[in-house]
Design a protein around this ligand. Structure first.
Ligand code: HMG
Length: 410
């Protein structure tokens, strides 16, 4: 409304890793039907980091173009969301702060609650900008999803980072004030301090996710949020894109609305496939297929996954101006949040489609033997090492010295 300050996402970028594992190769090596992954999970590939990449290098790569475009003026806070952090104490954002030469007059912290925490960071950023509309907040979600070799979760690994600049009068998305929330203490997925891979009860995680969707949706209504008929598109956390389909089926059941539950048909996974604007009678298209195009190729990027879905939607749907998007964020353990946002007219002038598609296409495929060797290799912080230069990305993890991790511009 006139006179009120709108707050939300002014800029957003997606970055991923140097390597990719193709699930067709994975299926062949494991003697599995490739359709189990393409159709059963809705995944074609997963990103896999080179030895000189981690959550810091991907985060810096995602944030760098944003800082380049709009400078650091008014940025006094960086909130770094991750569940694959690189230290038990120091925030991963400190290394990003240094790599990007950000101002000293900033607060930099890391936030954690499985895949959910980027949404907590986004809401905290909105709060900061509400109090101080001249400030801008850099929110970064960056994760490497790792499961044990030969476990059911393995084909749902992935890696990616999304950086977002939260400001008043944003150019992309105005975040609306009402949220539906749901927390429940459940051991569906977690990672003990001494483990580099997640522990997961797959079946429980799927039901815990859907239960959180029920709880958050019900709370959204109780808080006076919009009804389904007033929501044009819906985005979900995507551990694998078939999970978004399951969530869509679930939401259709909760709301009694006939929603389109198709994810990309054919499984080519080409991010160039334009599936938007298909005028057809029948179930309502809320952007499910459009929002899963990038994630099908990234794999799970945990905290970044919902926002990678947002990038996919913004980059492939030309009819979003003024439309309301519902976003369901889920983190195991568990927290669910359903919130809404309005797309700002002109958003399409800021498409990432070409850059993201190029980055996805440029990833260097690993053979299954190479991938398994990289997965098994674990660096101990006790030894000083220099990592070999592999990544073609702008920043790299240079090695360990005196138990501290070192980063540099590549
Ligand atoms: P699985 O062993 O692959 O399960 O594990 P499955 O055998 O039931 O197969 C999966 C689907 O493929 C099934 O379809 C099969 O029918 C189908 P569905 O019943 O689900 O509709 N299928 C085929 N389809 C076509 N052609 C074929 C074929 N074969 C089978 N030939 C599981 C699946 C999700 C459990 C596993 O991948 C896993 O453990 N993943 C990790 C956990 C996870 O992603 N959970 C999701 C919810 S929790 C969450 O989202 C949070 C999370 O991101 C972490 C965080 O918050 O930090 C994970």
């Amino acid at each position: 409304a006139a006179g009120t300050v709108t707050i939300g996402i002014d800029d957003i970028e997606l970055a991923t890793s140097h390597h990719v594992v193709r699930l067709d190769d994975f299926a062949e090596a494991n003697g599995t039907d490739p359709n189990k992954f393409r159709l059963g999970l809705g995944q074609d590939e997963f990103s896999f980091p080179a030895p000189d990449e981690d959550v810091v290098t991907m985060a810096a790569a995602a944030a760098a173009p944003i800082i380049q475009r709009s400078g650091t003026e008014g940025i006094r806070t960086m909130l770094f969301a991750t569940e694959s952090g690189i230290d038990q104490s120091k925030a991963a954002g400190m290394a990003v702060h240094s790599l990007l030469d950000l101002p000293s007059q900033m607060r930099v912290v890391e936030v954690k609650e499985a895949c959910y925490s980027a949404t907590a960071a986004l809401q905290a950023a909105v709060g900061i900008v509400t109090r101080s509309p001249g400030q801008r907040v850099l929110v970064i979600a960056s994760d490497v999803a790792r499961y044990a070799l030969d476990s059911p979760g393995e084909p749902t690994q992935g890696a990616g980072a999304v950086a977002m600049l939260v400001s008043a009068d944003p150019k992309l998305l105005e975040i609306e004030p009402v949220s539906g929330l749901n927390s429940a203490d459940v051991d569906d997925f977690w990672r003990p301090n001494d483990s580099t891979t997640a522990i997961v009860d797959g079946a429980l995680s799927v039901t815990a996710y859907l239960d959180a969707l029920t709880g958050a949706w019900t709370d959204l209504a109780a808080q006076g949020g919009p009804e389904m008929a007033e929501i044009d598109r819906v985005l979900y956390h995507q551990p694998f894109t078939k999970m978004a389909k399951k969530a869509q089926v679930h939401l259709a059941g909760l709301t009694g609305e006939d929603l389109d539950t198709e994810i990309v048909a054919g499984g080519s996974g080409a991010a160039g496939t334009d599936v938007s604007n298909v005028a057809a009678a029948g179930p309502r298209d809320t952007g499910l297929a459009t929002s899963t195009l990038y994630n099908r190729r990234l794999g799970n990027s945990y905290t970044a996954s919902l926002y990678a879905g947002l990038c996919s939607l913004l980059d492939h749907d030309e009819d979003l101006a003024g439309k309301r998007i519902g976003l369901f964020s889920y983190g195991s353990g568990s927290v669910g949040e359903f919130f809404t946002a309005r797309v700002v007219p002109g958003y399409e002038q800021h498409s990432r489609r070409q850059a993201v598609t190029e980055a996805l296409d440029a990833r260097v495929p690993l053979s299954i033997d190479e991938y398994r060797a990289l997965h098994a290799a674990e660096l101990s912080s006790a030894e000083d090492v220099s990592t070999p230069k592999v990544t073609a990305g702008p920043f790299r993890f240079a090695g360990i010295k005196g138990r501290a991790r070192l980063y540099e511009r590549a």
